[in-house]
Design a protein around this ligand. Structure first.
Ligand SMILES: NC(=O)c1ccc[n+]([C@@H]2O[C@H](COP(=O)([O-])OP(=O)(O)OC[C@H]3O[C@@H](n4cnc5c(N)ncnc54)[C@H](OP(=O)(O)O)[C@@H]3O)[C@@H](O)[C@H]2O)c1
Length: 302
């Protein structure tokens, strides 16, 4: 067997504890970009660690944190609820963490859950790639421009930034953000949009559109909506019956839902109220129209 190349000649080595969808996707990107090599991989079960290594095509399945070889970077890619326990276990068992970069991927958490590593001299960071990482074959082109929200010490971010840039991520450092609100915002914008699209498709099909057409209409509308948002922002690009003050059209929507999907009326009202809030803030509507909308949509005005 050939000896390892000298450290200065090879890409830094990454150990992964928790190599599932997110960590696996990122690791594959770093391998494609040739900016990291993979050291050891530890999942909960031996079979899962072996599967992850097979999927990466490189690395060694590990049996415990203590048994993993040294590495310049460690990624804790477990589910959110396990990160702190893994961090504590690393802090207890490893004596080689000084100056080593350790990061997790949970949008919900900042640096607090890596405290047991920071006290051992590790350079800790929280990295949140703001996209769904579920594809086995995510390419560098797919990932290009993905917002990567990163929090950490100056030294940790200095190590992480080139890794993110090497795979085309949009580097967005932050400090002390309110994680609950941050995560609520990013979850709602992606997952709720998908939930709303799914519901809209059901309504379109009930209205008589075939499934393929309802999907095409929904996806095309979402595509042009995203373009509008990118070009002008929500405040300037929003249109439709609420901002036009067309109370009769909203009454007709509510009647149609009452007969087809009565359980969805609450969903419609809540979503339409967010549009009304924006129209109110923009000063689009007179007091009488606002009052009528408050009656139709519930929730009261402010
Ligand atoms: N997936 C996304 O779209 C996405 C996007 C951005 C951020 N994130 C974040 O990425 C992290 C991982 O999410 P994911 O979707 O990749 O989860 P996942 O697919 O369920 O993968 C989690 C992996 O962690 C392993 N694991 C769990 N507990 C462990 C422990 N105590 N020790 C060692 N390995 C352990 C699991 O091993 P087994 O296979 O043996 O169970 C599994 O392979 C989360 O913090 C999440 O918030 C995910």
């Amino acid at each position: 067997m050939l000896p390892d190349a000298p450290a200065e000649q090879r890409a830094p080595r990454l150990n992964i504890v928790g190599c599932g969808r997110a960590a696996g996707s990122l690791a594959r990107l770093w391998l494609q970009a040739e900016t990291l090599t993979i050291g050891a991989v530890l999942n909960r079960s031996r079979a899962s660690s072996e599967r992850a290594v097979r999927a990466l095509g490189t690395g060694e399945p590990a049996v415990s944190i203590a048994a993993m070889p040294a590495a310049e970077c460690w990624l804790i890619g477990t589910s959110d609820g396990q990160i702190e326990a893994v961090s504590a276990a690393m802090g207890e068992t490893r004596r080689d963490l000084d100056g080593v970069l350790v990061f997790h991927l949970a949008g919900r958490f900042g640096l607090e859950i890596l405290e047991s590593l920071a006290v051992r001299g590790a350079l800790v960071a929280a990295l949140h790639p703001v996209r769904s990482l579920t594809h086995d074959h995510l390419s560098l082109d797919d990932f290009a421009g993905t917002a990567c929200v990163a929090e950490g010490s100056e030294a940790a971010l200095a190590r992480l930034e080139p890794l993110i840039r090497s795979i085309g991520g949009l580097w967005l450092p932050v400090r002390n953000i309110e994680r609950g609100l941050y995560h609520a915002a990013v979850s709602i914008v992606s997952n709720v949009t998908k939930g709303v699209a799914w519901k809209a498709q059901k309504w379109l099909e009930h209205a008589g559109l075939p499934e393929s057409t309802s999907a095409a209409v929904t996806h095309q509308l979402l595509g042009s909506t995203v373009e509008d948002l990118a070009r002008a922002g929500a405040r300037h690009s929003i249109t439709g019956p609420v901002v036009r003050g067309d109370t009769r059209t909203i009454e007709a929507h509510l009647r149609a839902l009452e007969s087809a999907y009565p359980h969805d009326i609450d969903v419609y009202r809540i979503l339409a109220r967010t549009v009304l809030e924006l129209a109110r803030e923009r000063g689009d509507l007179d007091a009488a129209t606002l009052q009528r909308f408050d009656v139709l949509l519930g929730g009261g005005g402010s």
